[in-house]
Design a binder for this molecule. Structure first.
Ligand SMILES: Cc1cc2nc3c(=O)[nH]c(=O)nc-3n(C[C@H](O)[C@H](O)[C@H](O)COP(=O)(O)OP(=O)(O)OC[C@H]3O[C@@H](n4cnc5c(N)ncnc54)[C@H](O)[C@@H]3O)c2cc1C
Length: 319
C-alpha cells in the first residue's frame, strides 16, 4: 500500500500535521516512538498555550489522543531508522523491520534537551530543575536561580529570567562564554545577572517532597542549591538557588534523515521557510527537529499545520 503521507513523530508538530492532513482526506500513516513527545515528559504545568490558563502535560496529551481518535487517526508505535527516495515514492524503514511507502513525508521527530548528568538533576527535574526558561521562568518569580550554559541559549534564558527574579547566576564550564557580542552587551546591562566562568557543575541539592497526586503537576520548587567546582582553584562552591535552568543545548532526533535533508551544525533540519520543504521534494519538516529558533508547543503546532498543507499541495501535483 502506498500512503499519501507518512508523518514521523507524534508530538505537537506531528499531531497538528495529522489533524490538518486528515481534513484534506489524505491517506495517512503516523509513525512515532510515543504519543505526546516532550509534552508527555513535562513535569510542571504548561502556562503559555492559548486557550488554557494552566494544563499539565499529561492532560494535554490526553486531549491530543481524543482529537486523533475523533479524526480516525492512529499512531503506529515504531522507530524510524531511515528514509530513502529511490524513485517517485519515499521508503520509510523502521526498527520493527517494516518498510512503508508514501508520496510525501513530514518529519516532526523533535529534540531532546542535553542533560548535565550530575547527581540531583533527575531527582529535582520539574521540582526546581528546568530545561525551558520560557516555559517555567515565571514560576520562579522573586527567587534566586542559576542558568547552566554560557552560550546564546543560556544568555537569552538569563535575560528572560532577570525580569522575574532578583538574581540570576550564569555558570559556564569554559574560561570564556560562547554567547555572541550582542547578548553579552545586553546581559552586561542587567545588574542582577552574574556570570561565573570555569564553573563545572558537580551536583544539585534540595529538599524533595514525595511526588503525590496533588504535587504531580504542582509548580512548587524544591531545589535549594547548586554546587560547582571552580576549575581555576579546584574548590567546591555552593550557590543558594531555588531554580536551575539547564541550557546546554538540544539534540535534535534527525540522524535517520541526514541523507535526505540538509542538517546544520546543530543537526537541525534546514528547509525553505515558505513551505517547510527540505532539499528533497516532497519531504517536509516541522517543530523542534528543524532550524526554527523558538522551541515551543505553539510554534511546533503551527509548523505541523503548515507542513501538512504544503505536503497536500505537493501530493496533488503528483497524482
Ligand atoms: C521540560 C520541558 C518543558 C517544556 N515546557 C513547555 C511549555 O511550558 N510550553 C511550551 O510551549 N513548550 C514547552 N516545552 C517545549 C515543547 O515541549 C516542545 O517545543 C514541543 O514538544 C516540540 O514539539 P515537536 O512535535 O516538534 O517535538 P517533540 O515534542 O520532541 O516530539 C517528537 C516526537 O517524535 C518522535 N520521534 C523522535 N524520533 C523518532 C524516530 N526516529 N522515529 C519515530 N518517532 C520519533 C518522539 O517519540 C516524539 O513523539 C518544554 C520542553 C521541555 C523539555
Amino acid at each position: 500500500m502506498i500512503y499519501d503521507l507518512i508523518i514521523i513523530g507524534a508530538g505537537p508538530a506531528g499531531i497538528s500535521a495529522a489533524i490538518y492532513a486528515a481534513r484534506q482526506k489524505l491517506n495517512i500513516l503516523m509513525l512515532s516512538k510515543d504519543i505526546g513527545g516532550q509534552v508527555a515528559k513535562k513535569a510542571v504545568d504548561i502556562e503559555n498555550y492559548p486557550g488554557f490558563d494552566k494544563i499539565s502535560g499529561l492532560e494535554l496529551v490526553n486531549l491530543y489522543k481524543k482529537q486523533l481518535e475523533a479524526n480516525d487517526l492512529e499512531v503506529t508505535l515504531d522507530e524510524v531508522l531511515s528514509i530513502e527516495k529511490p524513485d517517485k515514492y519515499f521508503l520509510v524503514k523502521t526498527t520493527s523491520g517494516k518498510t512503508y511507502e508514501s508520496i510525501s513525508v513530514v518529519v516532526t521527530s523533535g529534540a531532546e534537551s542535553r542533560l548535565l548528568n550530575v547527581p540531583g538533576e533527575e531527582e529535582f527535574s520539574g521540582k526546581g530543575v528546568s530545561y525551558c526558561s520560557l516555559c517555567d521562568g515565571p514560576v520562579f518569580k522573586n527567587k534566586i536561580v542559576a542558568v547552566v550554559g554560557g552560550g546564546n541559549n543560556g544568555f537569552e534564558s538569563a535575560l528572560f529570567l532577570s525580569n522575574y527574579v532578583p538574581k540570576v547566576y550564569v555558570l559556564e564550564y569554559g574560561a570564556t562564554v560562547n554567547a555572541d557580542k550582542e547578548n553579552q552587551e545586553l546581559v552586561a546591562k542587567h545588574k542582577n545577572i552574574e556570570i561565573i566562568t570555569n564553573a563545572k557543575v558537580v551536583r544539585i541539592e534540595g529538599k524533595a517532597k514525595p511526588r503525590t497526586e496533588a504535587t504531580a503537576s504542582s509548580t512548587g520548587v524544591f531545589v535549594e542549591s547548586i554546587i560547582y567546582e571552580d576549575l581555576t582553584t579546584g574548590e567546591e562552591k555552593t550557590l543558594e538557588v531555588k531554580g536551575v535552568f539547564v541550557e546546554i543545548g538540544y539534540l535534535p532526533s534527525t540522524s535517520f534523515v541526514k541523507d535526505m535533508a540538509q542538517l546544520n551544525d546543530k543537526q537541525e533540519i534546514m528547509f525553505d521557510h515558505k513551505n517547510l520543504e527540505t532539499k528533497t521534494p516532497g519531504l517536509f519538516s516541522a517543530g523542534d527537529c528543524n532550524v526554527s529558533k523558538y522551541k515551543q508547543i505553539v510554534m511546533a503546532s503551527g509548523e505541523g499545520a503548515k507542513a501538512a498543507l504544503s505536503a497536500y499541495e505537493y501530493i496533488k501535483k503528483q497524482l
